[in-house]
Design a binder for this molecule. Structure first.
Ligand code: FCB
Length: 465
């Protein structure tokens, strides 16, 4: 039996745009993801978050599921455009009321709310004024954060400023595959800086209220291996690590952008004049924990002469013999341990929450109406073992949230990719707890992992006990 610390927090995670639906209700404004998903050709089969899991109307049922699962922690996000429909000005009381009720219901069930203020759904009105590449958006975010601190600060147990700023900057502003669909490296660079700056401003704003509630940020960190041990591959793997990981970790924990990455970015884009005096002090305002989202490692090689590559590296597909999920993402619990150990070694010691971890499976409902997902159970069990190993090696790991409670709107993949431990039958909105739900509920109940549990869950298809 792998036992976790008695006060370890077990949780599940979701995000507003991925589950809520009700995009036109109670005064909610448009978000960049409404605009993006409604633009033809950008999301798988034109799917949108208009209805998603209809969580806005089924919130009570979903909290029942959380209680049945046995979580001590629920990580969800508040939708900025529900609170401030145009991104600023007078808060919408009906938007606040929804989260107010949600938080109270969670507390009534003994579940600690962990609230992410920005899980990518920037108000479109702020996008129209420049979005994250504009410094003003950082100031607006701090105001929004203050509204939330005032509304829910007496009951929220953990605040998270942003979810995965790298994704917003790189995938949203450089590759254009996520909202707002911009392809401009300079814009992406500016976005990354203003996301970080706004994080620091929000931390300062929380402290200014006198609140003791812990606050942190969530990063998606990649363990990056060179494809070979050639000097060129090793060098490019390091450069890519700067791009995805250190560009965020260093300013947050060391008040400085990594020199190698800054030099590379300036070579590619010319200017970094948007970093103002004092910004790095703001960004590195001490926070209470780091949230880590981990799914998969990256393998990087040096681009061949003449091969298209903006920075000099190419991210490789997983090796043919590597295990992958049904989504094609490489499975490597060892890389997960490495990420946690590295954080501890290079940036710690610091309290860490695993704020997301999970797997895509091609789930189907069988004739008996059940969803059996042994591959997800194996993935989760292996990563829990890895997390336990990190704890044993001295990492100050405080909790673990499975991604996700529900199947949901998986961004550009729409509803084609399922991550939930609860199956959502979208036409009827029926929720069907999968075998992995049964597995996780047993892990949570006993506070650890026993081999027999995993084996039993793998063998037994069926609804959770
Ligand atoms: C992360 C996102 C989350 C979800 C998972 C699969 O990058 O934070 O919303 O889409 O990936």
């Amino acid at each position: 039996m792998l036992r976790f610390p008695h006060d370890f927090l077990w949780g599940a995670a979701t995000a507003a745009y991925q589950i809520e639906g009700a995009v036109d209700e109670d005064g909610r404004g448009e978000s960049v993801w409404d605009r993006f998903s409604h633009t033809p050709g950008l999301v798988h089969e034109g799917h949108t978050g208009d209805i998603a899991c209809d969580h806005y109307h089924r919130c009570e049922e979903d909290i029942e599921l959380l209680a049945r699962l046995g979580v001590g922690l629920y990580r969800f996000s508040t939708a900025w455009p529900r609170i401030l429909p145009t991104g600023q000005g007078v808060p919408e009381p009906r938007g606040i009321a929804f989260y107010d009720r949600l938080v109270d219901r969670l507390l009534a069930k003994g579940i600690a709310p962990m609230v992410t203020l920005d899980h990518w759904d920037l108000p479109q009105a702020l996008q129209d004024r420049g979005g994250w590449p504009a410094r003003d958006t950082a100031l607006r975010f701090a105001e929004y954060a203050q509204v939330m601190f005032q509304a829910l600060g007496d009951r929220v147990r953990y605040w998270v400023t942003h979810n995965e700023p790298w994704m917003v900057a790189a995938i949203g502003h450089r590759l254009g595959l996520h909202a707002p669909g911009i392809r401009d490296f300079q814009a992406s660079l500016r976005a990354s800086h203003h996301l970080l700056l706004s994080h620091g401003l929000a931390v300062q704003a929380l402290r200014a209220t006198g609140s003791q509630t812990p606050i942190g940020i969530v990063l998606n960190l990649f363990h990056t291996d060179p494809a070979t041990d050639s000097e060129a591959d090793v060098e490019q793997a390091m450069a890519s690590d700067g791009y995805t990981n250190r560009w965020y970790l260093d300013p947050l924990f060391r008040a400085v952008y990594p020199a190698d990455t800054s030099a590379l970015f300036q070579r590619v884009s010319g200017v970094m004049d948007f970093v103002r005096r004092g910004d790095l002090d703001t960004i590195s305002a001490p926070m209470d924990f780091l949230g880590v989202n981990y799914y998969s490692p990256r393998i990087v090689r040096a681009a061949a002469p003449g091969e298209a590559s903006e920075f000099g590296w190419v991210v490789e597909k997983p090796p043919a013999d590597a295990p992958v999920t049904d989504g094609g993402w490489q499975i490597s619990p060892e890389a997960f341990t490495s990420v946690l150990l590295r954080l501890n070694r290079e940036y710690g010691p610091l309290p860490i929450f695993v704020t997301e971890n999970g797997a895509i499976c091609d789930d189907t409902v069988d004739d008996a109406g059940r969803v059996h997902d042994p591959a997800r159970i194996s993935y989760l069990a292996a990563h829990l073992r890895a997390a336990h190993g990190a704890l044993g090696a001295g990492v100050d790991l405080r909790g673990y949230c499975v991604w996700s409670l529900l199947d949901n709107f998986e961004w550009a993949d729409g509803f084609s990719k399922r991550f939930g431990i609860v199956y959502v039958d979208y036409p009827t909105q029926r929720r069907i707890p999968k075998s992995s739900f049964r597995f996780m509920s047993r892990v949570m109940a006993v506070g650890g992992l026993a081999t027999e549990m995993e084996e039993q869950a793998l063998r037994l298809a069926g609804p959770p006990v």
